[in-house]
Design a binder for this molecule. Structure first.
Ligand code: HAS
Ligand code: CU
Length: 552
């Protein structure tokens, strides 16, 4: 029986092209950003210096911007376009055109920012905190990336509303629902970064104002920065909730639970930015405490996800005759890259999430803040759980779009790729966590800018990081080989876009999940609750610019 969820077996060919355009940019960013990462771990080992007077912070900016901002945003939008086209049908011509305009606006913006970074005019790291200042073209480039992503989001939302109009009273397909949540999350979040870039950093970099209020700019950044990490995570969750059950031959555990967890992400992702600013003066501890509590609330949907995944795996294993507490593990398809690669990502997310809770625990944050522990944390969350899941998606989505096959040989190489990644990251991220606990700072080349002197007890860990980073670089070469193969050379054929279904009889999905007025309303209320008073505090104490007017 074909249910509405699987009505369109394939991504529309024209939508597929749009998705692939995003993937080309994403994988070029991966190659260049990965190279920058290799240079960094080598420099930090203390055994190497960069040639031609290239700065450490410049390379670190290339790495963070290309991998943290460009790879992620382009991959996610490409994947979401494909997911929408697969589950609610081809985009309208108008929406697709807006999608293309968005793509080019983002690509031009990326090129502008990249050129400025390469010219050493924007070595401001991926967080571009004031008082580090970049060339105006860097900020304009970033603005274009955000505007382009809004156009892409608009195109996706319009595909959703079109489907709702033709299917009144029906719950939308789960995957499209998830894309809608992530798009809303993104639009609400990016307002913060747009505000700091357009109202503070750009005028300041153009010389129109002399000073910016650093506390306000950091607050606006982290209003955006935390939901940013969930904007990265939710597409991985789309794969875990919807794609993986189908790949293993099982069922989605619960459609409603999945929707509920996504809604909780929308509500609680944004009013938590202070957990990145716990060590900063200028914010009342009571408000920091409130946002710490909200941070622990946003852990709940991740725990729901873990529960739901275990349930899917166990139910499937038992249906195949598994017995005992962990017998189901043996029944999972260990030879299938589409499963194994994201699964390694899931495993990594257990320590990664635990580390996140350490970070969020106010006092414990004093131990780890601004140490390389935090770098270890986001290399497990983003650079392992999320990115391996993205690779796992690539291995079926690219051939699905290009009309090719993931051959046995490539499937094997993909599993080797993920193993390489896991080994490299165990060394690198493990060493980062350990060195961080010994106080090794993040973002420091030790030799440049009078950086902190290298303590001898850190050195073995710095070397372990270099070893791990070099293994990871091999992993990047492997994934690029597979991507190029699947895009251009693999034999012609059909590859499935797996979309899981619920077990019959399905409990009815409550329509309240699509009451966007309600959810966006609560989101706004929570944001106002968490930010209004601290923000008024900051504004009242904002310095007066030396040109005689208040900057805020
Ligand atoms: Fe984080 C800093 C807190 C999640 C990314 N984080 C960062 C930075 C980045 C980042 C990039 O509170 C650095 C920013 C910078 O440059 O300064 N983070 C958290 C918390 C979570 C969390 C509480 N972070 C993420 C995710 C990221 C990410 C996800 C990217 C994708 N993070 C912080 C804090 C800081 C921070 C502080 C600031 C630190 C500082 O001082 O600067 C939570 O969302 C984590 C919840 C996750 C779980 C795990 C659930 C497990 C699942 C897997 C199930 C596995 C299965 C397979 C089923 C509770 C879902 C099992 C099979 C078997 C056989 C066992
Ligand atoms: Cu955060």
């Amino acid at each position: 029986m074909i249910s509405s969820i699987t009505a369109n077996q394939k991504v529309d060919r024209r939508d597929g092209k749009l998705a692939m355009a995003h993937f080309y940019v994403a994988f070029i960013a991966l190659a260049l950003g990965g190279l920058a990462g290799l240079l960094q771990v080598l420099v930090r080992s203390g055994k190497w210096e960069l040639p031609f007077g290239i700065g450490y912070y410049q390379v670190l900016t290339v790495h963070g911007v290309l991998l943290g901002l460009v790879l992620t945003t382009f991959f996610i939008l490409g994947f979401q376009f494909a997911a929408v086209s697969r589950t609610v049908g081809a985009l309208s011509n108008g929406a697709r055109q807006v999608g293309w305009i968005g793509f080019w606006v983002m690509t031009i913006g990326t090129a502008m920012a990249a050129v400025m970074i390469l010219l050493n005019e924007a070595s401001v790291l991926f967080t571009f905190y004031a008082p580090l200042q970049a060339h105006p073209i860097f900020y304009i480039g970033l603005t274009l990336v955000v505007v382009g992503s809004w156009l892409a989001g608009g195109a996706m939302l319009s595909a959703y509303t079109k489907w709702k109009r033709t299917n009144p009273g029906k719950p939308s397909p789960l995957l499209t629902f998830m894309v809608v949540v992530n798009t809303m999350l993104w639009i609400v979040a990016t307002i913060g970064v747009a505000a700091t870039v357009l109202l503070q950093l750009l005028p300041w970099s153009l010389g129109l104002v002399e000073r910016v209020d650093v506390t306000i700019s950091r607050t606006l950044f982290w209003y955006f920065g935390h939901p940013l990490v969930y904007f990265w995570l939710l597409p991985a969750y789309m794969c875990w909730y919807v794609v993986i059950p189908k790949v293993i031959g099982g069922k989605v555990f619960s459609d409603s639970l999945a929707r509920m967890s996504f809604i909780l992400f929308l509500l609680f992702s944004i009013p938590v930015g202070f957990h990145h600013q716990l060590m900063e003066p200028g914010i009342d501890p009571a408000w920091k405490f409130l946002q710490v509590i909200l941070t622990f609330l946003v852990v709940i949907p991740s725990l729901m996800t873990a529960f739901s995944l275990f349930a899917t795996f166990e139910t499937f294993g038992r249906s195949k005759g598994a017995t005992g507490l962990f017998g189901w593990l043996k029944k999972l398809p260990w030879g299938d890259a589409r499963f194994v690669v994201p699964f390694i990502g899931m495993l990594a997310f257990i320590p990664a999430g635990a580390g996140g809770m350490v970070n969020a625990s106010h006092q414990m944050n004093q131990v780890v803040h601004n140490t390389i522990w935090v770098t270890g944390h986001f290399h497990l969350t983003l650079a392992t759980s999320v990115v391996l899941t993205f690779f796992g998606i690539t291995y079926w989505l690219v051939p699905h779009i290009t009309g090719r096959k993931l051959t046995k040989a490539m499937n094997k190489l993909a599993i080797i790729q993920a193993m390489t990644w896991a080994i490299g990251m165990t060394f690198m991220s493990g060493a980062m966590h350990a060195a961080g606990l010994l106080g090794a700072p993040r973002r420091s080349s030790f030799s440049e800018y009078g950086g902190a002197a290298q303590a001898s007890e850190w050195i073995p860990y710095q070397i372990a990081q270099a070893v791990g980073g070099s293994i990871l670089f091999i992993g990047i070469i492997l994934v690029i080989i597979i991507f190029v193969n699947l895009a251009f050379f693999a034999p012609k054929g059909e590859e499935e876009f797996p979309v899981g279904e619920c077990d019959e009889p399905v409990e009815k999905t409550p329509m309240v999940f699509e009451n966007w007025k309600l959810w966006l309303g609560i989101t706004v209320v929570l944001i106002l609750f968490a930010y209004t008073i601290p923000f008024i505090d900051m504004l009242q104490n904002a310095p007066v610019g030396s040109k005689g007017f208040k900057l805020w």
